[in-house]
Design a protein around this ligand. Sequence first.
Ligand code: PEP
Ligand code: MN
Length: 336
Amino acid sequence: MIVILKENPDEKQLNNLTTWLKNQGISLHTSKGLHQTILGLVGDTSKIDIDLIKQMEIVEDVKRVQEPFKNANRKFHPLDTVIHVGNAVIGGGSMTVIAGPCSVESEEQIITVARSVKKSGATLLRGGAFKPRTSPYAFQGLRGDGIKLLLEAKKETGLPIVTEIMDLSQLDLFDEVDVIQVGARNMQNFELLKQLGRTRKPILLKRGLANTYQELLMSAEYIMASGNEQVILCERGIRTFETYTRNTLDISAIPALKTLSHLPIIIDPSHAAGIARFVAPLSMAAVAAGADGLIIEVHNDPPHALCDGLQSLTMEDFDHLMKKIHVLKEACDSCK
Ligand code: PEP
Ligand code: MN
């Protein structure tokens, strides 16, 4: 349920209303817009008398919210959520590019790639330390050492770092990580989501391989219900009957999630395509469809990458793509 307040509501009356609601076990989420304040009610609102609230002098309107996701719902928070990480701004019409290798492999590799993607205009560095691999015999990541190397690259370049957590037991190693990624395979690891909700770090939440928008938003809701509002949604391709590409990029996710939610949405064209030469066209499609950002795999030597080399851009190709993205973004903004 949402309560839309009139402009400049009387403070005492507002206080009475919020205390009364809290006494009924309802928690409140307040969203202040330019002209309007909205109170989002979370909890069992079935016994709340809508007509009683509607009659209050300070109340403009009251509406029930049918969707099971509340904090993540745009009805609760009409304005876009904007997340600041270092110099990067994610959401609210900006275009943020996160780039870096699939996996951190060595100090030289991560620093070389970090310097190069920064020069090309990326504002965050990605790199997997804990890798969810289909085969137990494949490279599993440098784990804690990988995070140390990412921190070296951050020191060297100033780029904030994004890296994936796979299990709660790893959380202590993420103290200095700027954005914690929850991978597609862990999107519904609810215990992990609850715990990440208790941190105050932005969480990059990837859509599961076969999950609906509502399921993705319910996973975001787990993080937000535990108190962390900084969630970035990520569409990274879903399973369809097509096997030519690694996954199928669901471009509809951009307008759909922007309609349903105020959270920023970024696109991962690398895992969607699985093929490096498709990364540029998919990135352009995402920018044109209004994505808030991209996360792109870039490697200094893709043919010898320990993970996902086939879909990794060379540093030169990434630089070229960044130039095209800027031109397209400007063109899109000018015809809004
Ligand atoms: C990744 O970003 O390296 C990754 C493993 O992605 P996903 O969870 O989308 O497969
Ligand atoms: Mn990868």
